[in-house]
Design a protein around this ligand. Structure first.
Ligand code: ATP
Ligand code: MG
Length: 173
């Protein structure tokens, strides 16, 4: 397997999509074929039949893991940006993908609420959205991620650099 999977997990608004796009840019510069599998986009297509119950979230995660595995098998550098709140789901992805790193995109829920780029925290706090991770649904922090990026204290560029260093160390790039 030449390709690999960078799995970004974290609260809504923690910075996953922002980091995924910047990391993709860097990997392209290095000559990689890339694919970003982003939760928001996949839910419009691949998983449009699924909601946000625990069962559906697990199902969604399993589909994304499978897709990521297939792409990596064909040499693609895959970046997954998915809340993926359940540890068991992320461990499943790890178990089926040969070259896999889990990146915890860390940010306090207070800061995420302040950022709230989509206005979803506001709605969740007002009770208009149910099963919202961080407010009314659990987020299980990674226990042994390969990388932790701190988006409250580091810039997106620094976060991307940290991920690239790990990929280099593991000889994935
Ligand atoms: N170091 C950082 N890394 C990433 N994003 C940051 C950082 N510092 C500030 N931000 C800001 O935080 C916001 C993160 O939004 P983003 O859409 O990337 O989050 P997300 O984790 O993809 O959320 P969602 O789960 O809802 O898709 C952006 O407005 C971004 O500019
Ligand atoms: Mg996002």
């Amino acid at each position: 397997m030449r390709g690999f999977v960078v799995w970004l997990t974290g609260l809504p608004a923690s910075g996953k999509t922002t980091i995924a796009r910047k990391l993709e840019e860097k990997l392209r510069e290095l000559g990689w074929d890339t694919e970003v599998l982003d939760g928001d986009e996949l839910r419009k297509g691949l998983s449009q039949d699924l909601g946000f119950s625990k069962e559906d979230r697990l199902k969604h995660g399993r589909r994304v893991a499978y897709l990521a595995k297939m792409l990596a098998k064909h040499g693609v550098a895959v970046i997954v940006s998915l809340v993926s709140p359940y540890r068991a789901m992320r461990d499943y992805a790890r178990s089926i993908i040969e070259k896999f790193i889990e990146v915890y995109v860390k940010c306090s829920v207070e800061t995420c609420i302040q950022r709230d780029p989509k206005g979803l925290y506001k709605k969740a706090i007002q009770g208009e959205i149910k099963n919202f991770t961080g407010i009314s649904d659990p987020y299980e922090e990674p226990e042994n991620p390969e990388v932790i990026v701190d988006t409250e204290n580091d810039t997106p560029e620094q976060c991307v650099q940290k991920i690239l260093e790990k990929l280099t160390e593991l000889k994935y790039v």
